[in-house]
Design a protein around this ligand. Sequence first.
Ligand code: AMP
Ligand code: ZN
Ligand code: FE
Ligand code: FE
Length: 279
Amino acid sequence: MSIKADLHMHTTFSDGLLSPYELVKKCKQHGLSVIAITDHDSVDAFHDAIEYGKEFCGEVIPGVELSAMVDDKDVHILGYFVNYTNKRLLEYLQFFRMERVKRAERIVAKLNSINVPITIEAVMERAGKGAVGRPHIASAMVDEGHIRNYQEAFEKFIGNGGPAFEKKFHVTPDEAIKLISSSGGLSFLAHPGRFTSDDAVTQLIQCGLDGIEVIHPSHTPTHSAHYRGVVGEYFLLESGGSDFHGGKKNDDDVLGNYYIDETKVNMMKHRLFSQNLSH
Ligand code: AMP
Ligand code: ZN
Ligand code: FE
Ligand code: FE
């Protein structure tokens, strides 16, 4: 049987619900042999890697998911094989997480002004030691009875362009891609089928993107075929994964069903190896 590699997942170090330890245990049960943990603006999951490595006999690739702006729209850039002890990377991530707290405060203030009385404390309690994001705000809103379900928070209030929406700190794709490469990693455009225009994809490729996430739960077969074509056209690498966040968002069934095979992971390693030789 071929190896299943799922290169997109979140833990409690961002908006996932499982700890890295719980996550690797679940991945093992779902037949995954290679995974990348890609928390938003955090690599802190890797500081326990030795402990959970005992549980998981496969490979855990150190990753991260950064946000950047292209044409005033948020794009997500995955970094794989980053050096999670790189001082500059850690300083940047800490800065991005602080900016996330300020943004959460702005969103809460907007919600309060339109009669949704949630507190920043309730949001931060859900984020714990992880990077705070809109999912924590949504779950505070649900738990405190202001809306019926998680999805409604995005549809009515905090989704892009909604009445309580706030942008993130402005990072250019060039900055995000350079931060990943200077930390020894490869950069991939995450889930382009969700909101990213072809023009934005081209701009990112010009910034030095290494690859594209072709397989993702939000992608239709048409999306995957399209982005596989772009990968071929520009000699890029292909990635894929489940974007697993944990049971609450009903994404339990995505684990084990969105993956790439070993050949694609080996191609990434070859690219890294030849990059290191040329430096
Ligand atoms: P943030 O990093 O704070 O902008 O939050 C982004 C996260 O919120 C994404 O990774 C998704 O998990 C979730 N999200 C964003 N938009 C939606 C939406 N329209 N519906 C449900 N979840 C969403
Ligand atoms: Zn997320
Ligand atoms: Fe994302
Ligand atoms: Fe993600």
